[in-house]
Design a protein around this ligand. Structure first.
Ligand SMILES: CC(C)(COP(=O)(O)OP(=O)(O)OC[C@H]1O[C@@H](n2cnc3c(N)ncnc32)[C@H](O)[C@@H]1OP(=O)(O)O)[C@@H](O)C(=O)NCCC(=O)NCCS
Length: 246
C-alpha cells in the first residue's frame, strides 16, 4: 500500500491546468523534479535518487473528455447502494454518463495525475432535477428505464433527505486504488474555496467512513433518516445530511 502523503502536496486550484486533449500546451505532464524527500501524492520518489519522475495530482475543471474516466473512477468498486438499487452496474454506468454529460460540466472538477483522472467532485447550487434523472434513465437504461429504476430503487427514497439552499456536493469520488492519499481532501478543499461564503451540504450513508473526512473539513451532521427496509437491503441504517455552514 502506498504511504499516506501530506495533502498539502496535492496541487491546489492555483496551479490549475487544462485537460490534455483540450490544451496540449498547458497539459499535465510528468516532469523530473528535484527529490525533496517528501514525495508527491500517489507516487513516492526514491529517496536515494537525486532526481525522481513524479506525477503531481492537480485539481482542474472537468471537460467532456473526462467523462469515461470519471465513470471508471465511480464504478471501479460499485457501492452497496449502486449494487442494490440500480437495475445493473452496466446500466448505472450508462445512466451516470448521460446524466453528467447533460449536466453543466462547469459543476465538475477532476483530480488529474499526469493525464489520468483519479477522482472527481460534482457540486452545484441547483442539484439534480427529477426531469434530468428521468431523461438520463430513458437514454441510459431504455424507455422502461425510469420504471426499472423506481421499481428497484424505491427503498432509497425512504431515507432521502433534501438539501438546504447553498452548494450541494452531489458526488465526491476517488479511484479505490488511490484512496487515503489526500486526493479526496484536495477535491473537497477546491469545492470549499469555490463555495466562498455559501454553505455546502451533502448526503451520504450513515456508516460511510467518509464522514470523518467531511468532519475534518468543517461539516457536521444536521439530520439523519433511517428505515428498516433500507437497512435490510443495504446493511446500513440510513442516510445523514451533513452541512458546512457559510
Ligand atoms: C471518500 C473519498 C472520496 C475520500 O477520498 P480519499 O482520497 O481517500 O480522501 P483523503 O485521502 O483525503 O482522506 C482519507 C479519508 O477519507 C475517508 N475515507 C472514506 N473511505 C475511505 C477509503 N476507502 N480509504 C481511505 N479513506 C477513506 C476517511 O475519512 C479517511 O480519513 P481517516 O484517515 O480519518 O479515516 C474516497 O474514499 C471515495 O471515493 N470513497 C467512495 C465514494 C464515497 O463514499 N464518496 C463520498 C460520498 S458523499
Amino acid at each position: 500500500m502506498l504511504p499516506r502523503a501530506d495533502p498539502a502536496l496535492v496541487d491546489t486550484p492555483a496551479a490549475m491546468r487544462r485537460c490534455t486533449f483540450c490544451d496540449t500546451r498547458a497539459g499535465v505532464s510528468c516532469e523530473p523534479i528535484a527529490d525533496s524527500g517528501a514525495g508527491q501524492v500517489g507516487v513516492p520518489p526514491a529517496r536515494s535518487a537525486p532526481l525522481a519522475t513524479v506525477c503531481v495530482v492537480e485539481v482542474r475543471p472537468a471537460c467532456g473528455h473526462d467523462l469515461d474516466a470519471m465513470v471508471e473512477v465511480m464504478f471501479a468498486e460499485p457501492s452497496v447502494e449502486q449494487r442494490v438499487f440500480m437495475p445493473s452496474i452496466a446500466g448505472a454506468r450508462r445512466f451516470s454518463r448521460v446524466l453528467w454529460q447533460r449536466a453543466d460540466l462547469d459543476d465538475f472538477v477532476v483530480a488529474d495525475d499526469g493525464g489520468d483522472v483519479v477522482g472527481f467532485a460534482w457540486f452545484s447550487e441547483r442539484g439534480v432535477s427529477m426531469w434530468a434523472g428521468f431523461r438520463a434513465a430513458v437514454t441510459g437504461l431504455g424507455w422502461m428505464g425510469p420504471i426499472r429504476l423506481a421499481a428497484r430503487g424505491w427503498p432509497r427514497q425512504l431515507v432521502e433527505i433534501s438539501m438546504p439552499d447553498g452548494i450541494k456536493l452531489i458526488e465526491l469520488q476517488v479511484h479505490p486504488s488511490r484512496r487515503g492519499n489526500g486526493i479526496g481532501s484536495a477535491l473537497l478543499a477546491y469545492v470549499i474555496a469555490e463555495a466562498g461564503h455559501r454553505p455546502i451540504s451533502l448526503t451520504t450513508r450513515s456508516d460511510n467512513p467518509a464522514r470523518r473526512l467531511y468532519e475534518r473539513h468543517g461539516f457536521a451532521v444536521t439530520a439523519e433518516r433511517a428505515h428498516p427496509t433500507f437497512e435490510r437491503r443495504t446493511g446500513t441504517p440510513g442516510r445523514v445530511l451533513m452541512v458546512r455552514a457559510a
